[in-house]
Write a protein that binds this ligand. Sequence first.
Ligand code: SF4
Length: 212
Amino acid sequence: MTATAAATAKAAGRYLRLHGRLARSRANGPGLRSVIWFQGCTLACRDCFNPESHVPTAGRDIEVAGLVDEILRDTAAIEGVTISGGEPLQQPEALLALLTGLRGGSGLSTLVFSGYRLEEIGRGPVGRACLDQIDLLVAGRYVPARHQGHGLLGSSNQEIHFLSDRYVPSDLENLPQAEVQVDPAGRVRVTGVGAPGDVLPSQAKEPAARPW
Ligand code: SF4
């Protein structure tokens, strides 16, 4: 694909820049969830635990429709999908296409971690459309002086928004703070808001781990 064609496809939400994936996780929201980390973030929170996710040209492009199809094939096993980053709202068209594809009658719930606050996301039409497709939004910059590391919050200034009636606060009690997975190749993956830093599949050439 030429650079121009790639830019056009990305603008239409056909492709997203992917940082990493986990097919199944219990430490990234309620129930068993598929997790997708977007690549690219310019928000520059101090002490971000996933600086590898910042550079927009790192990671790889992936077609949104193919990713949706793959996840929907696992609908019987998972409760929902968690989307984190990087900053998902810095690829708003791709995020909207992903959320819409996942939500369309599947019964899957959606949880999005964003460094933007709710009001920032809602300022633009694509952001507002994304909010309509999100059940749970964890919003706000990570502030190390207010580190929390549990209850889905990296720091206590962040806010959890229940944007649909799918979940209530008690659904978030007793979530694992972190999770360690070892794949058949022996690669270690550590994720969760209580993890020292995410080691994602895309980084797991060496034993590695993750952001909130
Ligand atoms: S904590 Fe999240 S929003 Fe902040 S710099 Fe890191 S990836 Fe970006």
